[in-house]
Design a protein around this ligand. Structure first.
Ligand code: FMN
Length: 336
């Protein structure tokens, strides 16, 4: 199953193995991709990951997690990504980009941090400024412009970062969002900004290009989100053009769950059942058989993050272990 193709809109993946976004903190303060990014992403394409999702990429300077994040907040940032996109596609993988606004988790000291409400992430964190409705609209527009640039760079898909406690997740979670206006309170209000971002991003994407949303399915804290509440919110906006849900969890607050291989798979299965959308699941997956079982459990794609850092050729080895014939890059064929 792991090596069967998967199709969503016009995107055809050769297998179900996804490299999820991982910040490299290796861009300059200008947000430009470097040779490090080129080597990093193209190597995983040579290793035959079906889909590579480029790390959290800031839609504005204050939307970055660190001063060394990638950016798509100006046109000058398109070309350095275009070169990586072309090389990954040439090596036979598909490539998406994760668009992000860090909100209260922006760690660039000289930039003001913003959030739905003036509540800090932890007792040691800075206090954010609560966004006005006008400021929310301006951020939505910046997501649109960044998506337009991602299309120009040639990406095969776009992922909106709605997980890990960054701005859109802050709106989704009652633990970070205590607004009294149309952006806070009910599920409908908390998902409003994500819905507006989905609409804005979708409006500049070609029809055949799929849109992914990454979510934190569980906040691991009383009063926080669960797979059920997250699905309820996704169901309110999915018709605006969401194609795939990429299921992760946590990080809206410092609460840490007990983790073990596959600890988030139940969340992915629940979200798929409750929304009817295809899902990517994973977390602490290292073994080909674990990945195979996850796909058999009706999760559409499996992500491997740190394992693909340790071993970029994991898909080639997994195919061998599972007894599947798979293509190797021609220059490496003698090593098969
Ligand atoms: C170095 C590093 C950077 C990460 N950066 C991001 C990111 O930019 N966006 C994101 O959604 N998740 C990010 N993550 C989380 C991973 O995508 C993944 O969900 C997490 O590592 C768990 O998967 P694993 O157990 O297979 O490593 C990062 C993880 C690592 C290790």
């Amino acid at each position: 199953m792991l090596f069967t193709p998967f199709t969503v809109r016009d995107l055809k993946l050769k297998n179900r193995i996804v490299m999820p976004p991982m910040c490299m903190y290796s861009a300059g303060n200008d947000g430009q991709a470097t040779d490090w990014h080129y080597a990093h992403y193209v190597t995983r394409a040579v290793g035959q990951a079906g889909l590579i999702i480029v790390e959290a990429t800031g839609i504005e300077e204050a939307g970055r997690i660190s001063a060394n994040d990638l950016g798509l907040w100006n046109d000058g940032q398109i070309d350095s990504l275009k070169r990586i996109v072309a090389a990954v596609q040439q090596a036979g993988s598909k490539i998406a980009v994760q668009l992000n606004h860090a909100g209260r988790k922006c760690e660039v000291p000289e930039l003001e941090i913003v959030a739905p409400s003036a509540i800090s992430f932890s007792k040691d964190s800075r206090k954010p400024k609560a966004l006005s409705a006008d400021e929310i609209h301006r951020i939505v527009e910046k997501f649109r412009l960044a998506a337009q640039r991602a299309v120009k760079a040639g990406f095969d898909a776009i992922e909106i970062h709605g997980a890990h406690g960054y701005l859109l997740n802050q709106f989704l979670s009652p633990l970070a969002n205590q607004r009294m206006d149309q952006y806070g309170g009910s599920a409908e209000n908390r998902v409003r900004m994500l819905g507006q971002v989905v609409e804005a991003v979708r409006s500049v994407m070609p029809d055949g290009m799929p849109l992914f949303v990454r979510v934190s399915a569980h906040d691991y804290e009383t009063g926080g989100n669960t797979p059920e509440s997250v699905s309820e919110m996704l169901n309110l906006i999915k018709n605006k053009g969401i194609d795939v849900i990429h299921v992760s969890s946590g990080a809206v607050t410092p609460a840490v769950p007990r983790v073990y291989p596959g600890y988030q798979i139940g969340f992915a299965v629940a979200i798929k059942e409750l929304t009817g959308l295809p899902v990517i699941g994973g977390g602490l997956i290292t073994e080909p058989l674990q990945a195979e079982r996850i796909i058999k459990a009706d999760v559409d794609m499996v992500f491997l993050a740190r394992e693909l850092l340790r071993n970029p050729y994991w898909p080639l080895q997994a195919a061998r272990e599972l007894g599947v014939k798979t293509d190797w890059p021609v220059p490496y064929a003698r090593a098969k």
